[in-house]
Ligand binder design. Sequence first.
Ligand code: UD1
Length: 386
Amino acid sequence: MIDSLTGGHSLTKVLLTGGAGFIGSHTSLALLESGHQVVVMDDFSNGSAEALRRVAELTGLGPWRQDATDHWSASAPVGGSLTLIRGDVRSQQDLDRAFQDGNGGISAVLHFAGLKAVGESMAEPLRYWDVNVTGTVRLLEAMGRHGCQTLVFSSSATLYGTTDTVPIPETAPLQPINPYGYTKAAVERMLTDVASSAPGWRIALLRYFNPVGAHPSGRIGEDPSGRPNNLFPFLCQVAAGCRQQLEVFGGDWPTGDGTGVRDYLHVMDLAEGHGRALGLLQAEPPQLLTLNLGSGQGHSVLELLRTFETTNGLTLPYAVVERRPGDSAVSVADPSQAERRMGWRTRRSLADICRDGWAWQRANPQGYRSAGPQPAPELIGAQHGS
Ligand code: UD1
């Protein structure tokens, strides 16, 4: 099979930590569509088994089976298979189970599991260091035990802090400004040390800009718990009538219309970027690769709002309020390295993002809870005490 997702490179069995979350579920789908076997380990702190059930449905896998303990799976007679295991990245036992699932053979890990809310990271720094940093230490130890040396890590443009550089290349100084950002920087540092400690490591650090939107089917999308911190999910909830109005954080930034400018990329473009990174790591000699994943285009808050309104035929209430502490005026990627190294660039427009994001939100106003009661995590993990 010629695989356009990984650039024609070999199809393998891969483990996605945090694969039931927003980016992980979309990446699972993209990898399954190209014939990979996907094993997901997730603790469901910010992810949903229902997301993966829908991924199985969208990719035409057989029925979703749940066993007596903590295991779901679906497969097709030819091609891909999807397995979901409840587990915590800090637990060696859970990691060993994930690596051994389906008789082992995991050749690469995509590490999405982690906490990502800036405000929460300032209130609970230890939890962030524990999950994001200790979790990655445990994962690397497990990879060592299971002979796996290929890793794609979810890093973030948050590492660049409040820089004035536009667009931002990977060589820009790293100057995170909150515990969430410090943990991402620490993991990047740790992975760099690991890569130089022994031959054979193939590691990609993918620095995401602002991933938004949803799969065009409207079946899977972003499902934040509680009040969304980020602009796009908040906008979607205003459109759905779940929130009264959008608060625009600052109208006096030094930008075209005074509102903050960001680099929004469609989550399916991001998912495909992971497939490309995996293909590149597998095809080339061992290396450590650092790439920005963004569109290279900046859009202001008001531009995003107007595009959402025009694309979806809606008018949304908003008010300009104070700036949010820690924000910067502009954050836009220089994505040229991703194109040069792995032939990846975003293909979907801001209008595509708005159309697909709204299709998801409209069909699932309460996120995956709209589908009815969820399997209780304690039942899923009844056999092991993580
Ligand atoms: C934020 C985080 C960043 C994290 C990223 C992805 C902060 C300071 N930064 O990035 O570390 O990596 O999310 O999780 O929290 N806005 C509004 N109204 C809102 C929400 C946002 O006007 O209700 C504005 C912001 O000021 C900004 C833009 O919308 O100009 C995008 O904000 P957001 O979606 O939160 O992303 P970032 O701030 O880029």
